[in-house]
Design a protein around this ligand. Structure first.
Ligand code: AMP
Length: 146
């Protein structure tokens, strides 16, 4: 089996992120692969754009700044250098696919909560990333339903 050369780990900056990144680091280390980190910021206009006649740009900038700082701290703690940190605006699954393709990643690592019932029907980011990915995807089971 060929080894992975570029691993892209997607984090939502929640408390599960360390577990997901830890697994990605181990795989990258075993394969001597590059490790890249991505966090996607969802524009507020996606959620409220059509409904609330309001300018979100100030709040959106503030969210961007906060997320960038958090991602930098997380990357430092996980030994991931600046050129390998990606912060993007958009829908998580779309941007994770696009960045994986741009980088030529051969493995995407995401967290998965193992949802059931209604939450399962509504889908998850892990599902979205799996469908349509052009490389391998590893879903690391996180959260209380492990
Ligand atoms: P979810 O299905 O939203 O609970 O998220 C499960 C996993 O998808 C997380 O552990 C991350 O790996 C990934 N993910 C969710 N949201 C984002 C985001 N905004 N940016 C990057 N990855 C994300």
């Amino acid at each position: 089996m060929s080894e992975y050369t570029k691993v892209l780990v997607a984090i939502d900056l929640s408390e599960d992120s360390s577990q997901v990144a830890g697994r990605a680091r181990a795989i990258a280390g075993n394969n001597s692969a590059e490790l890249h980190l991505i966090h996607v910021i969802e524009p507020l206009s996606f959620a409220y754009g059509g409904d609330i006649p309001m300018d979100f740009s100030g709040i959106q900038d503030e969210i961007h700044q906060q997320a960038t700082q958090q991602l930098q701290r997380f990357a430092e703690a996980n030994n991931i250098d600046e050129q390998h940190q990606h912060i993007v605006l958009g829908r998580p699954e779309v941007e994770i696919h696009a960045t994986a393709e741009e980088l030529g990643a051969d493995l995407i690592v995401v967290g998965s909560h193992g949802r059931y019932g209604l939450a399962l029907l509504m889908g998850s980011t892990a599902n979205g990333v799996l469908h349509g990915a052009s490389c391998d995807v590893l879903a690391v089971r996180v959260g209380k339903h492990k």
